[in-house]
Design a protein around this ligand. Structure first.
Ligand SMILES: [Zn+2]
Length: 55
């Protein structure tokens, strides 16, 4: 039996640290509104490097 480990990136609200999503994608841009504090978070994933610009 094999156990597969998927690398999931956790994206948290830049304001209140609420867990917005867990994604496994290489390239993508997404905007999501935090249900807790209503901050709009912009999620960008870039190949080789994953970062969230908190500002
Ligand atoms: Zn929030």
């Amino acid at each position: 039996m094999a156990i597969k480990v998927l690398r999931l990136n956790e994206f948290r609200c830049t304001c209140c640290n609420y867990l917005l999503a867990k994604l496994n994608m290489q390239i993508g841009i997404m905007e999501t509104k935090c249900p807790k504090c209503k901050t709009i978070n912009r999620i960008e994933t870039i190949k080789d490097k994953t970062k969230i610009d908190g500002q």
